[in-house]
Write a protein that binds this ligand. Structure first.
Ligand SMILES: Cc1ncc(COP(=O)(O)O)c(C=O)c1O
Length: 398
């Protein structure tokens, strides 16, 4: 039997975005896919995970092979709470953490527990396109709210609230996917006030919170609003350790955590991923997680520079702001450039990227493109941008 190892996230088609996507489970070796949102294989810390697994497996206590505690193993939550408290600069209690199989799982569970088919939710325009897929699976009515370089625009939120009552607002507050923008502190305050006033949840996807490359830190994550029951902050080990672990967490008020704990999924299957939790706990307690994040930041910081220089050299007419964290550059092309059409012409040039329209909930953003700077090394980034320029040169000019 031939076993295939899948190296890249398969991109699955949503009915609403079908015309814009090319199905792919593999990037052919001669193609540079600047659209990928994965860490490179070279930065997945096999040695560190091996040592942690060996340490977990050599203990006499085999409780992690049992069905797990619904909220997530207590010692794992203690280790994670101590780690997050150090990183965030405020105390995170283990009673406020719930272990998930990653943010995708957390969002899916949130939809299951807090929405019904046909309910309205709000998302940023643009937003993470695969979260939109999860919301589509739940039959939710997705309404988009405007953003700018400081994140979601509160005035646009207020305008939408005049017409709809959303069950939740899905936000990526720090180094957003796809724009790289970060929500300012004053806007966070306003959004929390509106959530309380209009009684909707804030689902803050903080997947890139700890990946900042500039000396200044982003505002504190939404978990800092400790007394606000409407806030659900979702975190993940996917981008700070390894996505294959399928491990993450939800941080929220204990009353909210209680709803996650008391769900049918956990009643039947117990807490999520107790085995992986035991391994990752070792990584946290040994100081490996902090070291890994430090190494990723040093590498990614240089990659940003490489992409910025390549864009300057080959595509000086394109507009973007240099990201201070996360994974992505968000490029704005002149109005007449349809990036979805451009992508159809890209295969002979052996380059790929993600059209902005994928991230739109209202059919807009056709002249935008998302590029990821973490996956390829500097020389491949340079080559990829050069190919992108060649591809653009073949578009009929306006
Ligand atoms: C904004 C955002 N949320 C969630 C995810 C997926 O997170 P996880 O692997 O924890 O499910 C990604 C991955 O690219 C992402 O960019």
């Amino acid at each position: 039997m031939r076993i295939e190892f899948r190296r890249h996230n398969p991109i699955i088609l949503a009915p609403m975005i079908t015309p814009l996507l090319i199905v792919q489970t593999q990037v052919p070796p001669d193609v540079i896919d600047l659209g990928l949102g994965n860490p490179p294989l070279s930065l997945l810390p096999l040695g560190m995970i091996r040592e942690a697994a060996q340490s977990a497996l050599s203990q006499k206590d085999n409780a992690f092979l049992q069905y797990g505690t619904e909220q997530g193993d207590g010692t794992m939550r203690l280790a994670l709470a101590a780690f997050l408290s150090r990183e965030y600069g405020f105390t995170v209690g283990p009673d406020r953490l719930f272990i998930t199989s990653g943010i995708s799982n957390g969002l899916d569970l949130l939809c299951t527990l807090f929405t019904n088919e046909g309910d309205t939710i709000f998302v940023e325009e643009p937003s993470y396109f695969l979260a939109l897929r999860i919301f589509a699976d739940h039959g939710l009515n997705v309404i988009s709210v405007e953003t700018d370089e400081n994140g979601l625009v509160p005035a646009s939120l207020e305008e939408k609230l005049a017409g709809f009552h959303p069950k939740f607002l899905y936000l990526i507050p720090a180094f957003q996917n796809p724009t790289g923008h970060t929500l300012s502190q004053d806007r966070r305050e306003r959004i929390v006030a509106l959530a309380k006033e209009h009684d909707f949840l804030i689902a803050a996807d903080e997947v890139y919170q700890l990946l900042n490359y500039a000396p200044q830190e982003p505002p504190k994550p939404f978990g800092a609003y400790k007394h606000v029951e409407n806030v659900v902050s979702l975190g993940s080990f996917s981008k700070i350790l390894a996505p294959g672990l399928r491990l993450g967490w939800i941080q929220a008020h204990p009353a909210r955590i209680n709803r996650f704990v008391n769900s049918g999924l956990l009643d039947s299957g117990g807490g999520l991923n107790p085995f992986t939790s035991a391994v990752v706990r070792e990584v946290i307690e040994s100081g490996g997680l902090g070291k890994n994040i430090g190494a990723l930041k040093a590498f990614y910081r240089d990659q940003i520079q490489a992409m910025d220089e390549a864009l300057h050299r080959h595509l000086p007419e394109v507009k973007y702001t240099i990201p201070h964290g996360g994974y992505f550059f968000w490029l704005e092309f002149p109005d007449h450039v349809d990036v979805g059409e451009l992508r159809k012409k890209a295969p002979p040039f052996k380059v790929d990227f993600r059209p902005g329209a994928l991230f739109s909930s209202n059919g807009g953003l056709k002249n935008y493109m998302r590029l990821c700077f973490v996956y390829y090394e500097a020389d491949q980034i340079e080559e990829g941008i050069k190919r992108l320029k060649q591809c653009l040169d073949h578009l009929p000019s306006k």
